[in-house]
Design a protein around this ligand. Structure first.
Ligand SMILES: *Cc1c(COP(=O)(O)O)cnc(C)c1O
Length: 380
């Protein structure tokens, strides 16, 4: 028999084994639509984890971001400040409500939004700042929250990558007015597709529930707070089926084990590549004192886009999938003509040189040694 060497995948969904049990139970209960038993179990866990005023499971992080756009009442003429180095959904949610996006540059040494460059983008039309904690590592939140307070702006955290990560001890997603998490299969804990809206500012709580349930007061009705279940505002179907919640519940119960494994892989890469860094061959992520590491992404930076392409090819020849990340949104085909023309050199640099290494809970020690050896041999 021919032995075919398998590619080391960049990502592979980690399954705890309990998912099917909870889904089975969900089926036996005969209650499959949204806001059922497992949705409530997940809500209780997230509520405790984040201490938010309200948490609501959503069908995706993209949908949770769209909810924040409705909640902040974003409309034509409003401006929203968003980092250019991020996933399309961070901006698309506000573009759907006809906002103008003012793209901000990244920090020099990390992909996160540069808090020192936010204030110069604020105009009388600015309504919100969207921050993205790249790789689950916090933005400079004290600075950002104080700018927002001074100018009366809403702060939305795109916390898609932020499960179990902290800023000065506070969970990411619990700091801004509201935040959005993702449980897409590429994230640390997953439900296939899935997300969470966390509302921290009490002013948005009752509205969030209404938007979540198709613009109706159904949630209040079920709590017995109103005697009519009716259409009260704009909304959509943002809640996932309880089958999705049952899957997520299994993952949440194993969060600690999953995180331990992911962080240990991250640490392995750091330990085994730091010599390359000290020789000036690559740059490794430098976490600031206020950032925690949740093992979501391990990235390095090459010297140039060409060197990155060569390294990707070299790794592919060694059966390793490594991938770059975002193409900057300000010069994307969709937004380039609408962008105000400012160049965003740091965001561009991360677009050109950042490379992510395989990181998932199924990687073996042998896989990791093989990856580290292949990267080191490329630079020899
Ligand atoms: C994954 C991700 C999203 C989108 O999440 P979905 O759940 O797939 O909608 C949005 N923003 C960032 C920063 C992400 O990493």
């Amino acid at each position: 028999m021919e032995i075919v060497k398998e590619m080391i995948r960049f990502n592979q969904p980690f399954i705890t084994g309990k998912e099917i049990e909870y889904i089975q139970d969900c089926i036996e209960q005969g209650r499959l639509s949204g806001n059922g038993k497992y949705t409530k179990l997940c809500h209780t866990i997230f509520q405790k984890m984040l201490g938010s005023k309200k948490v609501l499971l959503t069908t995706s992080c993209t949908d949770a971001l769209e909810m924040t756009s409705l909640l902040a009442d974003i409309k034509f003429g409003d401006e929203v400040i968003i980092p250019s180095y991020t996933f399309v959904s961070s901006a698309n949610a506000y573009v759907l409500r006809d906002a103008t996006i003012r793209f901000a540059d990244s920090e020099e040494d990390f992909p996160n939004i540069d808090a020192d460059k936010i204030e110069e983008l604020i105009t009388p039309k600015t309504k919100a700042i969207v921050v993205v904690h790249y790789a689950g590592a916090a933005c400079d939140m004290d600075k950002i929250m104080s700018i927002a307070k001074k100018h009366n702006l809403v702060v939305i955290e795109d916390a898609a990558q932020c499960i179990d990560s902290y800023y000065k001890g506070k969970p990411l997603g619990s700091i801004g007015d509201m935040s959005a998490f993702s449980f897409h299969e590429t994230k640390n804990i997953i439900s296939g597709e899935g997300g969470l809206l966390a509302v921290n500012n009490p002013d948005f709580v009752s509205h969030a529930e209404i938007i979540w349930e198709k613009g109706t007061n159904r949630a209040a009705f079920y709590r017995g707070e109103t005697d009519k279940y009716t259409w009260v505002d704009r909304g959509s179907s943002f809640l996932p089926s309880d089958i999705t919640a049952a899957f997520l519940y299994a993952q949440l119960l194993q969060l600690e084990e999953i995180q331990k494994k992911r962080v240990s892989i991250w640490d392995f890469y750091y330990e085994n590549l730091k010599e390359l860094e000290s020789k000036g061959k690559v740059k490794l992520p430098k976490l600031k004192e206020y950032q925690s590491n949740n093992g979501h992404v391990f990235f390095l930076q090459t010297d140039s886009i060409d060197q990155r392409d060569d390294l990707i090819q070299h790794l592919k020849k060694n059966e390793i999938m490594a991938v770059f990340h975002y193409l900057t949104l300000h010069d994307s085909p969709f937004y380039a003509k609408k962008h105000d023309g400012r160049s965003l050199p740091n965001a561009r640099k991360f677009g050109d040189t950042l490379l992510r290494l395989p990181l998932h809970a199924n990687l073996s020690e042998q896989d990791l040694n093989h990856i580290a050896t292949a990267i080191n041999s490329f630079y020899e």
